[in-house]
Design a protein around this ligand. Structure first.
Ligand code: GRF
Length: 198
């Protein structure tokens, strides 16, 4: 059986990418084919390279506001790597409908909130400001609407009275590293039932 080829897009440290790489072994139906970043300074690039995974960088800055021009370059290493599935993992560029439409049903993202709550940024501070008793993370299929696609999995954490955005984010990140690999495995097996981690 040939493995599904998974490309992971990152912009920073890539802790979710590391968790995904560590999961794609043994009888897992997928293997990583590329780690791709919009930032040459992304710490995750070295972490991918030291794990033997091909990396590439398409710097978004030279393209300015021309998202389509950036994406026309971004897609090239994905095609060259014969990518079957794209996992966004701490990838901090908004992708246009034109790009997303090329990967319908084949692109996942992890977002640090219990969607549909708190689409966008600063999710942990917003949950604290709202006085939520719980918070968490969501893996969803990527559609042209930001942070809006079909939910494939969620993991929850309690919010503590002494939490700061940083302590809450750290607790959520631990759950992200459990959730994303579990959802990717099911997704590769064609299972789109939402996974709700205890
Ligand atoms: C995490 O909070 C993740 O939810 C968000 O980016 C942050 C950093 O992720 N998408 P990583 O450590 O770069 O995987």
């Amino acid at each position: 059986m040939s493995h599904k080829r998974v490309a992971i897009l990152i912009s920073g440290g890539g802790s979710n990418m590391v968790a995904l790489l560590g999961s794609m072994t043994g009888d897992h139906p997928a293997r990583p084919c590329l780690v791709l970043s919009n930032d040459a300074g992304a710490g995750g690039l070295a972490r991918a390279a030291e794990r033997g995974v091909a990396t590439a960088v398409i710097d978004h800055k030279p393209f300015g506001a021309d998202r389509a021009a950036f994406e026309a370059e971004l897609v090239k290493p994905l095609i060259a790597a014969r990518t079957d599935i794209v996992c966004l993992a701490g990838f901090m560029r908004v992708l246009t409908a034109g790009f997303v439409g090329q990967w319908t049903g084949r692109m996942l993202n992890i977002h640090p909130s219990l969607l549909p709550k708190y689409r966008g940024l600063h999710t942990h501070a917003r949950a604290l400001d709202a006085g939520d008793a719980e918070h968490g993370c969501t893996v969803h299929e990527v559609t042209p609407e930001l942070d809006d696609g079909p939910i494939l999995g969620q993991a929850r954490v309690p919010v503590r009275s002494d939490d700061t955005p940083q302590t809450l984010a750290a607790r959520v990140l631990v759950q992200e590293h459990r959730l994303y690999p579990a959802v990717l495995r099911r997704f590769c097996d064609g299972n789109r039932e939402p996974l709700l981690l205890p």
